[in-house]
Design a protein around this ligand. Structure first.
Ligand code: DAH
Length: 346
């Protein structure tokens, strides 16, 4: 009877000892199984009350178990003590090992220049807005004074999208310029308006060193009472100087765009030869950077802005041109071919 009790006790004790993970638990275990009030101590104390025949066997076994408990306790104590420096050792750090190189990302050259352009115009009171890249034909052409048969549509090699609504066909395309954002802004807000709209545009074109089928433009629009061509000139002069440096000369010449009247083409004196003529500027001394003009009265009327009361100027520029000029990059295709050897230079 008592022997069975001892065996059960032993197996329970060893079980629990296995689960002990720190010295506090170990002390509790010691008190429970080896302390003065423990079952084992009580059995040893009451040996004298047992019948003589049982006394010997029980005494011997109880002492054996007691010794086994004490030995296991000592062993566990040692392993817990050693366990601490061991885990510390495993987690130790060799500060003399060479570190892992951290690869720094960087902003794409186009993003960098867009940030610069947006900063300059924000500083002049323009708000930055965006429009969709998949656009209705209406916004890309029609509302910009280019009805279906207008020959100016030929200036924009267009990527069309098949799109059917319940009401039937409504032509959609990938916007060929950022000018449709002008219409979207004027439809939704009233003058005074001062916005710029950066974004991607698409042309159905064979690519070469100066043509990509996707590139970036920044559109600008200001509509208010008494806005004149002089405001356009002042704004773009200031822009060119801030972007390209203080001494820049800026040239305005007549040009044609259906959504402005008059329309102008803006050029700066060549960054390489300073106007003397070189390969970059095709010996003209000038480099075209954008198209602009006074918003056509017809365009204003369409968005319910009275051209008798309000006037506005607009401009649109290609973005990649600028880093190409600045860094002497001779192929636009480098921008979006994701060659890190190129991109890491900026
Ligand atoms: N959208 C024209 C283009 O892609 C550029 C342009 C010209 C924008 C004159 C304008 C503008 O806002 O007034 O060629």
């Amino acid at each position: 009877m008592v022997l069975n009790q001892i065996e059960e006790l032993a197996s329970r004790a060893f079980d629990e000892l296995g689960k002990v993970t720190n010295s506090r638990e170990l002390e509790a275990w010691r008190v429970h199984y080896l302390g003065r009030k423990s079952n084992l101590t009580q059995i040893l104390r009451s040996l004298a009350t047992l019948p003589l025949g049982e006394r010997c066997g029980v005494g011997a076994r109880a002492n054996e178990v007691k010794e086994a408990f004490e030995a296991s306790l000592a062993e566990k104590k040692k392993s817990l003590e050693q366990g601490l420096p061991l885990s510390l050792q495993r987690e130790s750090l060799d500060v003399t090992l060479p570190g892992q190189q951290v690869l720094l990302g960087r902003l794409h050259p186009t993003t960098q220049i867009l940030d610069e352009i947006c900063d300059i115009f924000s500083g002049m009171g323009f708000q930055v807005v965006e429009g969709p890249e998949a656009e209705w034909e209406y916004y890309n052409f029609e509302a910009l004074n280019m009805p279906v048969d207008h020959p100016a549509r030929d200036m924009f090699a267009t990527l069309w999208i098949d799109f059917e609504t319940e009401a039937g066909d409504r032509p959609m395309l990938l916007r060929t310029h950022t000018s449709p954002v002008q219409i979207r802004v004027m439809e939704k807000s009233h003058p005074p308006i001062r916005v710029i709209a950066p974004g991607r545009v698409y042309r159905y074109e064979a690519t070469d060193a100066t043509h990509e089928w996707m590139f970036y433009q920044v559109e600008g629009l200001a509509v208010d009472k008494n806005i004149t061509l002089a405001d356009l000139k002042g704004t773009l002069f200031e822009f060119a100087r801030r972007l390209f440096g203080g001494g820049r000369k800026v040239r305005f010449r007549c040009d044609y765009f259906p959504f402005v009247e008059p329309g102008v083409e803006v050029a700066i004196d060549c960054l390489v030869c300073g106007g003397a003529g070189c390969r970059l500027c095709g010996n003209s001394g000038w480099i075209e950077i954008l198209g602009a003009g006074m918003v056509h009265p017809e365009v204003l009327r369409r968005v319910d802005i009275d051209p008798e009361v309000y006037s506005g100027f607009a401009f649109g520029m290609g973005v990649e041109r600028i880093p190409m000029l600045r860094y002497g990059i001779d192929d636009i295709r480098l921008f979006y071919s994701n060659d890190l050897r190129f991109l890491r230079q900026f």
